[in-house]
Design a protein around this ligand. Structure first.
Ligand code: XIL
Length: 318
């Protein structure tokens, strides 16, 4: 049995993985990434971000995003599109000194072009990513500085008008474990923008966490229950559970397997949880060692494409 087959049999819509452009040339990697029984869904790890799609104002380029989207087209895997409006990997021309009107026009143009280019191809779009600091305050992004919370409402409305068939998500990290200031701020924001007419269909919980410190199933379920009151679906969109000490022991890897099971179990027991995406499936291409030096081995397969206990325990849960 394989992950997506297993997930569908258990009632989910998909089990997926992020795929980044450099790995497209690795045949061993792609054999597994394209295996629809393993991954029914893929997400471009970088290709559709603002810095890739509109690096200069009004200059759009889709090569990196298309390379991943084309894999999904060929295999029939669902494509989660990621992401339209984010403070990070944002080109510097999107400036904090824009007026409200300028920023609104810049966001409109960006979304109309990018979501327009991928129209009909995206199961879901992460329309807005990471709007909050961990303490629940709005991030002082150029978008927030110019427009306040209205940048979120405007982004969702524009995405809906551009690609009416995509499920539109708000996506963030550290909103998995109930309850904290960031989750409360996210709930309040969602109420406000939905009341203002923004079609928010889903909340994506990224799901980056650390072995032994990862949220428990009840904590995860409580959060999803709260989001489920406001939106039609929720999903884990970028799961990886990293070891903070390397190298790992067999016991560490068993702990990691138990931590993954909490996430998978929580999703299975939440009616509106539709799927789980890992932020790449192999330690060979994980972003973790680059982002958190000295940490890693966060994925379901090791660097040499061997399945880890976390993989086998997910499958054996069924
Ligand atoms: C990461 C990519 O995996 C890296 O390759 C890149 O250098 C930085 O971004 N939250 C997100 C993702 O929403 O887009 C990030 O992806 C990981 C954190």
């Amino acid at each position: 049995c394989q992950l997506d087959k297993w997930a569908k049999a258990a009632g989910l819509k998909y089990f997926g993985t992020a795929v980044d452009n450099p790995s497209l040339n690795n045949a061993a990697y792609m054999k597994i990434a394209r295996d629809k029984d393993e991954f029914g869904q893929i997400t471009p790890a970088n290709g559709q971000k603002w810095s890739n799609t509109e690096s200069g104002q009004g200059r759009f380029s889709y090569g990196s995003g298309d390379a991943i989207a084309n894999v999904a087209k060929q295999t029939g895997q669902l494509l989660r599109c990621h992401t339209l409006v984010w403070y990070n990997q944002l080109p510097s021309w999107v400036s904090s000194s824009f007026s409200r009107d300028q920023m609104q026009r810049v966001i409109t143009t960006h979304i109309q072009n990018v979501a327009g280019h991928y129209k009909g191809q995206c199961y879901a779009w992460d329309v807005v990513n990471e709007a909050f600091e961990d303490d629940g305050k709005f991030r002082q992004s150029p978008m927030y500085r110019a427009m306040g919370i209205d940048y979120i409402t405007h982004s969702f409305k524009t995405a809906a008008a551009t690609d009416p068939s995509a499920r539109l998500y708000y996506n963030d990290f550290n909103i998995e474990r109930c309850c904290n200031a960031k989750i409360n701020a996210t709930l309040a924001m969602l109420k406000t923008v939905i009341a203002a007419g923004a079609p928010v269909h889903g909340v994506g919980m990224q799901g980056h966490s650390r072995v032994g410190k990862s949220p428990s199933k009840p904590e995860l379920k409580n959060t999803m229950a709260a989001f489920s009151l406001l939106v039609e679906e929720v999903a884990y969109t970028e799961v990886d559970i990293r070891h903070t000490k390397l190298p790992t022991s067999a016991a560490d890897r068993e702990q990691q397997a138990r931590d993954y099971l909490e996430v998978v179990g929580a999703c299975l027991e939440t009616p509106k949880c539709i799927g789980i995406t890992v932020w790449d499936y192999t330690d060979q291409y994980s972003w973790i060692p680059g982002q958190y030096p000295g940490e890693g081995e966060a994925c379901l397969w090791d660097k040499s494409f061997n399945k880890k206990p976390a993989y086998t325990s997910i499958i054996s849960m069924f």
